[in-house]
Design a protein around this ligand. Sequence first.
Ligand code: HEC
Length: 117
Amino acid sequence: MKAWTILPMVLALAACSPKRPPVGVQGDPERGKIAVTQYACQSCHLIPGVPGSKVYVGRPLSDMARRKLLAGALPADQAGLVRWIRDPQSVDPDTAMPNMGVSERDALDISAYLLTR
Ligand code: HEC
């Protein structure tokens, strides 16, 4: 095979490969992306890579890996994300985000997805 036939294939593959989660992040970001749509998080949040509402109730969930705080109260690491996603009222009893009964595994995968955006 000639180099010019291989190059486009290599580029296509590189474009498809999912972004790797930051070191130390557990869970499966690809599964997390699916879980986000199953729980319909995008109905209240702008989420990069997930088509959804342009008028959102909560803040956009972009650049999560660069955040310091969640909801102004919790460290924005994976443990903080899992806790918030599973039970926001345990952090802020008055928050408008509902407890959606997210399982531990789904919360881990969703947080992995958000941390790769
Ligand atoms: C009914 C609307 C609604 C739904 C559905 C919803 N959220 Fe939220 N979410 C909110 C609101 C409102 C806040 C802001 C909470 C606050 O600051 O008190 C929030 C905050 C957050 C935050 C913290 C953001 C920040 O900037 O600090 C994360 C992370 C989050 N939501 C993730 C999710 C995930 C993941 C799902 C799906 C499992 C989800 N949310 C579903 C309304 C919603």
